[in-house]
Design a protein around this ligand. Structure first.
Ligand code: PMP
Length: 420
């Protein structure tokens, strides 16, 4: 389909703001140079600005944080806390103390399950998740509900892949103790009405956890406006480093939480033998052990990178690519797109092709330098409900352009012809 003049103009403006040249792996590495990388919902590549920040952290600042009393260690501690402040601004939290550095979104959600829900859930209580959750926002709740004799309740989906809130009758009822939802599904790409759920839940005193792993890199986000109690995400899906994530916990909830890990750095006073020990206040209580200072600095640099482009603009760019992908893929005979016209576009297109397993599609596409994901995407409850065991998935990032989408469509059409 020819691009509209409006789309072309936006694409030109976009290209001058960011391109693959800013991403060393996609620009100059042997395996990345000619790659159409469309596996961004799994993880995204890092701009030079983020890599440079991490290099500087190691080459100029590296030393233990919150421990050393010499100038280098003090500078490292200050930089780590400055990163927390930048990320506070990035998500609109009221205080930097409400942000806990973790290893990932997965760890953040487990911290809420084990450090907050464990002491609160009782037999007969309910924890609500949706049918479209990633296993990272499903299994921690399944496990804690099993342990506590609580019920894991599922918000099912409507025929067009939206949360069927009308069918989730007791969602805001007296037994509901927590609602844990993704903001954007990693398979369908659908955006959930989190603000509406938070407002209704808050009116009944029910906390809401938001899994923002797929949204934080391109949806404007303010945790106070959203009204959530917890919010979890990883740096690596938002152009930041691997091995670091974040949990936002509203001050009141943070007070109610117990640490998941105990050890160095989080202690106020350690008792003798089995006598009780006490923990420091603030987020440090949840950050036992030697912390990932270069990761935190890279994380904040990734947030700056996103802010420099503007999340609204990024979102628009990704929506255009998604629309283009839906159009081109939709023209291939035998394709089934897991997308719904009634739902706003985001950055993900999942699909199947009659007679070709998604793994074969991904392999053939890979041979043609198109990197997509195939499988259940860690969302088995969703795929089961769709009667599928796997899909292929293309997902977009700031460095993608229309030529990546065109290469994707050509590769999928080639696979169709290859498998006859
Ligand atoms: N939630 C969603 C919606 C995801 O897509 C992912 C990653 N695929 C996660 C949680 C877990 O993120 P991580 O693996 O970085 O912990």
């Amino acid at each position: 389909m020819p691009a509209t003049l409006h789309d072309m103009n936006l694409a030109t403006q976009w290209h001058s703001a960011v391109s693959k040249h800013d991403f060393p792996l996609l620009h100059s590495s042997a395996l990345g140079r000619n790659l159409h990388y469309l596996d961004n919902a799994a993880t995204s590549h890092k701009p030079k600005a983020v890599i440079d920040t991490i290099n500087t952290a190691y080459s100029e600042l590296y030393s233990p944080i919150h421990r050393g009393l010499y100038p280098l260690a003090e500078a490292a501690t200050e930089a780590y806390e400055q990163a927390r402040l930048s990320l506070q601004a990035f998500i609109g939290a009221s205080a930097a103390d409400e942000l806990i550095f973790t290893r990932s979104a997965t760890e953040s959600i487990n911290l809420v399950a084990q450090g907050w829900a464990r002491d609160r859930l009782q037999a007969g209580d309910q924890v609500w998740v949706s049918r479209m959750e990633h296993h990272a926002n499903y299994l921690p709740w399944q496990r804690i509900c099993q342990e506590k004799g609580a019920e894991l309740k599922i918000i099912e989906l409507t025929a067009d892949g939206q949360l069927d809130l009308a069918r989730a009758e007791d969602l805001y009822g007296p037994r509901s103790r927590l609602i844990a939802l993704c903001q954007i599904s990693n398979v369908l790409g659908n955006e959930n009405p989190i603000q509406q759920v938070c407002a209704n839940a808050q009116a009944q005193g029910i906390p809401v956890l938001v899994d923002a792993a797929q949204s934080v890199s391109h949806l404007p986000l303010n945790v106070v406006e959203l009204g959530c109690d917890f919010l979890a995400f990883s740096a690596h899906k938002m152009y930041g480093p691997n091995g670091i994530g974040l949990l936002y916990a509203r001050a009141e909830r943070l007070q109610e939480m117990q640490p998941l890990l105990v050890g160095g750095g989080m202690v106020d006073e350690v008792g003798e033998g089995i006598a009780a020990s006490s923990w420091i206040d603030g987020p440090g209580r949840f950050e036992a052990g030697s912390q990932n200072m270069p990761g935190a600095l890279g994380f904040a640099a990734a947030a700056d990178f996103i802010e420099s482009l503007g999340r609204e603009r990024i979102h628009q760019h990704l929506q255009q690519l998604t629309r283009h992908a839906r159009t081109l893929l939709g023209q291939i005979p035998g394709i089934r797109l897991l997308t719904y016209d009634s739902v706003p576009l985001s950055s993900i297109v999942s699909f199947t092709l009659d007679g070709v397993h998604p793994h074969d599609l991904a392999q053939v596409a890979g041979e043609r330098q198109v990197a997509i994901r195939a499988g259940h995407h860690c969302a088995q409850p969703l795929l089961r409900s769709l009667d599928l065991d796997a899909t292929a998935r293309a997902s977009f990032a700031v460095y993608n352009d229309r030529s990546d989408v065109e290469a994707l469509a050509e590769a999928i059409d080639y696979a169709r012809r290859l498998f006859g």
